[in-house]
Design a protein around this ligand. Sequence first.
Ligand SMILES: [Zn+2]
Length: 340
Amino acid sequence: METVQACELCGGRAFTPVLSQRDLLFDRPAPVFQVVRCDRCTLLFTNPRPVGAELAAYYPEDYYYRSQVDCLFHQYQDGKARSWKRRLKAVLLEHYYGYPPAAAGNHGWLQRLLRGPLLSPLYVYVRTWRDPFLIPFVGEGKLLDVGCGLGFTLARYREWGWTPSGVEFSAAAGRYAREVLGLPVFQGELLDAKFPSESFDVVLFQHSLEHFPFPSLELREAHRILKGSGRLVVMVPNAGGVDARLFGRWWVNWDVPRHLFHFTPRTASALLAKAGFRVQRIVLDRTPTNFVASILYLGKYKFGAPRTSERALRLAFRPVSGVLALLRLAGHMTIFCDKA
Ligand SMILES: [Zn+2]
């Protein structure tokens, strides 16, 4: 274990403990980890924290299946199965998000319908505007996913017309992305991949930035490899949301010790600015997945309640998470940045 002496964001050296929790994802009774807040800049981080092989032990092979297969694989399969929905989305992507026509295919009647004054604004709003995975198309569409895991999200972006690349630390997950999904994925750290300067249109950190011991280093490297007109997209939990407060130490996204940092819109924006990025907009996630996961944690670990139907809970809490997203208090955020 390593004790962090200086704050990653401001260099401050005085921290206040906020909460303590054990590894709930793998239900390990010990050790207990502590989340602290920097007294100067309010950055939240796990301290002390495991390092090297000790940290790697918290990422067993089934971690990637546990955290990704449930949600992402189903999205991926959904895209394959319901082709009319996928086509509809492709048309919307072309007309409102600048995607190349190849991704949309030839659906003349659908395009005419969507251009209609009545249907399109509502449809765009419902189907796409609040989709945290939706990235407006940039330049030639060269997209790098840092910490791509099994590669399901990358495969989805490829389907939408992007040219995908990935970096993944886990050998097993990287192999799956390469061999099963046929994606070009570098196995190792971003800094070791040594991509040429200004070679990507989009660099994406999809729930990976909070896992790095030194996120500033990763962001500076992302800045170097992004084209001048490129965009950085960071998806992270929002520790400043209502659910973090409501569920306290049972909030699913503390996920200690894998989550080394716990960002709020304010601290994430400050860290991004420090690395040379300008935040364009922050989209709060309206899906109830994490709210429901926190309810299940609370039920299981605090009250010993029998497992409830996750599907039913998701349906019940969909309106709640929708309202939280509108109020900008939801537990997940997607931050869109350009180079300052
Ligand atoms: Zn600080």
